[in-house]
Write a protein that binds this ligand. Structure first.
Ligand code: PHE
Ligand code: FE
Length: 286
């Protein structure tokens, strides 16, 4: 399906959920000229608020790579980011009009292309937005694609997603994505830190995930994660912790086919479930 490129005038914001401007692979050109001064200002303010909260809460790799996003006082162009990203890990970001179906999503990841929503939230959605926008996708996800091991993991996830689709196991695999790529915690030399994009792009969840006494923090166990439901409208009540991105890569490397079969025979667990033998990860405190 070939789609005519659509050029938006300066007064029109990139329309949310207009999938007619996307090609068969669901990607679209970043509708850059359609961002208004208010859109650029929203990005600048979101970036500034979130960057200030990172020390002591975000993992070292994320903080080190954040400047690679480039300009912070307006929405960056995907091409500018790609010049640096492709050199670092051979990944690139591509525009999409919003959430896309699982097969095209996994296909992009398997080809080291990360889909980034091109529109930004309205000022009324400054503190909370239900669906991912450009701030969540760029600020939350892209810095860690500069890390070689994490970058390889996300590609492997895409390949694993295509396989899971064939096995009817996408729901189980999506729980893994949720509790790692979106809401994962990592133990570093100075204590627990966030690496999940859903945490890193949210001021409230960043403090809750790393500092609150409320949630439980369990060591990453793939089978436990695949059994665990998640909540999309509140802070997480359970986080799973890794010690390194190498651990994440290695634990997800084995063939999941027998695991999917076993998990299907087990009852799912609630987001806040706690099993008898489970103990929270002890963070090293500096
Ligand atoms: N190893 C998984 C499989 O065989 C694929 C996968 C890799 C899934 C990395 C998630 C992350 O299905
Ligand atoms: Fe996300």
């Amino acid at each position: 399906m070939a789609v005519e490129p659509v050029i938006y005038g300066a007064s029109e914001r990139p329309p949310r959920g207009d999938y007619a401007r996307a090609g068969a692979d669901y990607t679209c050109a970043q509708a850059y000229d359609s961002y208004t001064p208010a859109d650029h200002d929203t990005y600048r303010r979101l970036y500034e608020r979130q960057a200030a909260l990172l020390p002591g809460r975000a993992c070292d790799e994320f903080i080190a790579a954040l400047p690679s996003l480039g300009i912070k006082d307006r929405i960056p162009r995907f091409e500018e980011i790609n010049e640096r990203l492709y050199k670092a890990t051979r990944w690139e970001v591509v525009g999409v009009p919003g959430l896309i179906p699982e097969v095209p999503f996994f296909t992009l990841l398997a080809n080291r292309r990360f889909p980034v929503t091109d529109w930004i939230r309205t000022p009324a959605e400054f503190d909370y937005i239900v669906e991912p926008d450009i701030f969540h996708d760029l600020f939350g996800h892209v810095p860690l694609l500069f890390d070689p091991v994490f970058a390889d993991h996300v590609q492997a996830y895409g390949q694993g997603g295509l396989k899971a689709h064939g096995l009817g196991a996408c729901e189980l695999l999506s729980r893994l994505y949720w509790y790692t790529v979106e809401f994962g915690l990592i133990r570093q030399k100075d204590g627990l830190r966030a690496y999940g994009a859903g945490i890193l792009s949210s001021p409230g969840e960043l403090q809750h995930a790393v500092q609150s006494r409320e949630p439980q923090r369990l060591p990453l166990d793939i089978e436990r994660v695949m059994r665990t439901r998640y909540k999309i409208d509140s802070y997480q009540s359970t986080y799973f912790v890794i010690d390194s991105f190498r651990e994440l890569f290695d634990k997800t490397a084995p063939d999941f086919t027998p695991l999917y079969e076993r998990v299907r025979t087990l009852p799912p667990l609630a987001a806040d479930a706690r099993l008898d033998h489970e103990e929270d990860v002890q963070a090293v405190t500096a």
